[in-house]
Ligand binder design. Structure first.
Ligand code: NTF
Length: 775
């Protein structure tokens, strides 16, 4: 770093260490790439608008098995290892579950040795930073690239010129699109090294650049701002991650971003293929493309356009090749999250693609004349339908979600193509989400069954015989207790609040959304607080309720829920009568790193979405794997978690997906529920009357009104059952050995939720790809 150690800051140590680790990764990376070219097997391309990778330094150190060496080396300089790691900003190139899943998949693809590449956007500003001012969420830009980023390799030689708008004409019988607005995509590569460094794949992110970055004439004429205007405009395309989750911003820039990274990726894939092969008809044998949700769906028409317009294949042949390569993952059934574009906007930006989509619809209708199901209809381009029609396989992300896809959003298309939809239940990488983030538990497991579980998580089953042994269970409890104390210190240091480490740590961390029902959780906390106040000296099971999560900037109701939770926390935490039994805290700026601190310390995992709404969830898996019990509805992957960990080790409550639909038919379902449960009525009344906002008593009337008069997500109707399940959790927590056994069984039986298992499923059922590593 060109500095005397005496003057080096943590930043300098981190950069020096990162470069040392990166050097060791590069050898393996180059070897893997060489092997991929030599073997010429099928390659997987994972196209995703989001990669929520978080920090990379510890990943590299752990995967290369250098933890001891690094710790020792830093010690000789008198530098604390953890402080160096904590200096790294999170790469927050995603909103939530969808982006984090993509990051776990990259880890698993490299661990398994599947030749693969992730393609996405190099956002200059990742997901916004969240802070609280008087309990309200305030957003500020995230600037992770302001410091040099040691993990990326700029590839200025890998550039593609892309275009928008312009005209479609015919020349010598061929259709030609002449875009009028041009820009370039420039590649930046990050190596993704797998467990034990046996394989490394590439994450390639595209940045926007101007074709002619600087206008010297304008500069010399004194118009300095205009001289750099092209570059500034081109760069906006990779400037921001849309801060939306399950909710589309119908913005032109968003569509441009989607085309930008999809088209650049397709060109890159074709360039690589054509460097090694002559016959484009072999493309599906060598290339599997996975569309992570519909954001990259335009990749289909773009590949088709190049094959047909530019390479001269017939439309039918081009369509068949495209169909053979493309697959689509659906991540949500929420209607507002299914992308649809106004056909005028679409046609203006991508005139040729609109024509191609019509021809795709045409061909689809001719092949399936029984029903007219099209991607373009009612003045809109429907990206879900388009993806389904173009894709070879379409998958859901949990068993329940896949089943609901067949019955709801894709009912008709599924009828035409009954073999197209498959299920691949999500998973999480055990390297980050157990081994690295929970070193205490990781050591206990390795002491007990060896370290084979890190790359073969189902070996955790072998823990079961230990769970009956008192001394083992004692160690297991000690690990959790220690993790809780560590978290208490972390929170005290950063947020000035001392939590009671003996209380049950009850944690809900995820994006804030009505369907995820953070408001159900806080309502129950209010009712519980009221009950404690009724009998202050009572024998209560102490609880610490922890929340974290960001609300989309324009989602006002979600932001009000955050405000309410912060206001409730203020009142409850200041109450001397209840302080020993209940504490509430909302931690700001939830991100991957904060999750790594919280999950190992959890006793109770809140997975309480309205049944039928959470496609899978992945946080639910991380908690179970780290020995937390779930309180949850039968939604998403909760269903499969409960099946595996055992119903006696899971606090189930609430309506089922079909009961939810029935219940909504009752026009006064919420009022009925309120009338039947005095606790709920009293908690709602406290919100309505300003108990938590005495200076502004009307602040939460609209929340109480919403829950009383509409309550689409059935908070009221599920309240009593939720309350009951919480008391069951209290009861179980009173017996520490019983609780520990249940928690340990959650660990032992969660091995199936490894993303290695998920990726093997994709390789076999969808991609037809093989590992290039010796078994
Ligand atoms: C999310 N979808 C779902 O809401 C989660 O249940 C699921 O675990 C993850 O995807 C990963 O599959 C989205 O983020 C989106 F954008 F599709 F709404």
């Amino acid at each position: 770093m060109g500095k005397d150690p005496e003057h080096a800051k943590f930043f300098d140590w981190r950069m020096a260490l990162s470069h040392a680790i990166r050097d060791r990764i590069v050898d393996r990376w180059v070897a893997s790439t060489r092997r991929t070219y030599e073997q010429d097997g099928k390659r997987v391309y994972y196209l995703s608008m989001e990669f929520l990778i978080g920090r990379l330094l510890e990943d590299g150190i752990v995967n290369l098995g250098l933890v001891e060496e690094v710790g020792e080396t830093l010690r000789t300089f008198g530098i604390d290892y953890r402080s160096v790691l904590e200096d790294e900003p999170d790469a927050a190139l995603g909103n939530g579950g969808l982006g984090r899943l993509a990051a776990c998949f990259l880890d698993s693809l490299s661990t398994i040795g599947c030749p693969a590449m992730g393609y996405g956007i190099r956002y200059e500003n990742g997901l916004f930073k969240q802070s609280f001012v008087d309990g309200r969420q305030v957003e500020s830009p995230e600037t992770w690239l302001q410091e040099p980023h040691p993990w990326e390799f700029g590839r200025p030689e890998v550039r593609f010129t892309l275009g928008f708008r312009g005209e479609v004409t015919t020349e010598n019988g061929r259709t030609v699109w002449k875009p009028s607005e041009l820009l370039q995509a420039e590649a930046f590569d990050t190596p993704i090294v797998g467990w034990q460094g046996r394989w490394a794949n590439t994450l390639r992110l595209w940045a926007g650049r101007a074709v002619d970055p600087f206008d010297l004439d304008r500069f010399n004429a004194g118009d300095f701002a205009a001289a750099a205007e092209h570059e500034a405009l081109a760069r906006t395309i990779s400037r921001v991650l849309y801060p939306e989750d399950s909710n589309e911003a119908g913005k032109e820039l968003r569509l441009k971003q989607e085309f930008f990274f999809s088209a650049a990726s397709i060109r890159d894939i074709l360039r690589r293929f054509e460097g090694q092969h002559e016959d484009l008809r072999a493309l599906p044998k060598k290339v599997a493309i996975q569309l992570n949700d519909t954001h990259p769906a335009i990749a289909g028409p773009e590949l088709l356009r190049i094959l047909h317009d530019e390479r001269g294949l017939s439309f039918e042949e081009a369509l068949e090749i495209t169909h053979g390569c493309m697959n689509y993952t659906n991540h949500t059934l929420l209607p507002e999250a299914l992308e649809r574009w106004d056909e005028r906007l679409f046609g203006r930006l991508l005139p040729r693609h609109l024509q191609i989509i019509d021809r795709i619809d045409d061909a689809h209708y001719r092949a399936n004349p029984t029903r007219l199901l099209s991607a373009r209809s009612d003045g809109q381009v429907k990206m879900g339908e388009l993806s389904f029609i173009v894709a070879n396989k379409v998958n859901g992300v949990s068993a329940l979600h896949t089943d609901l896809m067949k019955k709801t959003v894709f009912k008709d298309l599924h009828g035409l193509h009954p073999d197209r939809i498959v299920n691949e239940t999500n998973g999480v990488t055990p390297r980050r989400w157990l081994h690295s983030c929970n070193p205490g538990l990781s050591s206990l497991i390795t002491d007990s069954i060896g370290d084979g579980w890190i790359a073969d998580l189902e070996q955790l089953e072998r823990l079961e015989p230990f769970i009956g042994k008192d001394d083992w269970l004692h160690r297991f409890r000690a690990v959790k207790a220690e993790n809780k104390v560590t978290l208490c210190d972390y929170i005290a240091e950063r947020h000035g609040m001392r939590l009671n480490p003996d209380a049950m740590f009850d944690i809900q961390i995820k994006r804030i959304h009505e369907y995820k029902r953070q408001h159900l959780n806080i309502l129950e906390a209010i009712a519980h607080w009221q009950e404690i106040k009724d009998t202050p000296g009572g024998d209560w099971v102490p609880r610490v309720k922890i929340f974290a999560g960001k609300a989309a900037q324009g989602y006002h109701f979600a932001k009000d829920i955050i405000h309410l939770i912060n206001d409730v926390a203020k009142v409850v935490n200041a109450d001397a009568e209840t302080r020993d039994s209940l504490q509430v805290i909302f931690l700001p700026n939830y991100n991957v790193t904060l999750a790594e601190h919280l999950i190992p310390a959890a006793d109770l995992s809140e997975q309480i979405s309205t049944a039928g709404k959470e496609a899978s969830g992945t946080g639910n898996m991380k908690f179970a794997l780290n020995g937390a019990l779930t309180i949850g509805t039968l939604d998403g992957a909760n269903v499969e978690i409960r099946e595996r960990v055992g119903e006696e080790n899971f606090f189930l409550f609430g309506m089922l997906a079909d009961e939810v639909m029935q219940r909504r038919m009752i026009h006064d379902h919420a009022q009925q529920a309120i009338a039947a449960d005095p606790r709920l009525a009293r908690a709602l009344e406290a919100i309505r009357s300003g108990t938590f906002s005495p200076q502004d008593p009307g602040r939460y009337v609209h929340i109480a009104d919403n829950l009383t008069w509409s309550d689409y997500f059935l908070v009221c109707s599920d309240f009593s059952a939720y309350w009951q399940a919480q008391r069951e959790a209290d009861h179980a927590y009173r017996d520490p050995d019983l609780w520990a056994r249940k928690a340990a069984l959650n660990v032992a039986r969660s091995g199936w939720f490894s993303s290695d298992r998920t990726i093997r499923g994709y390789m076999c059922d969808i991609w037809g790809a093989e590992s290039l590593l010796a078994p």
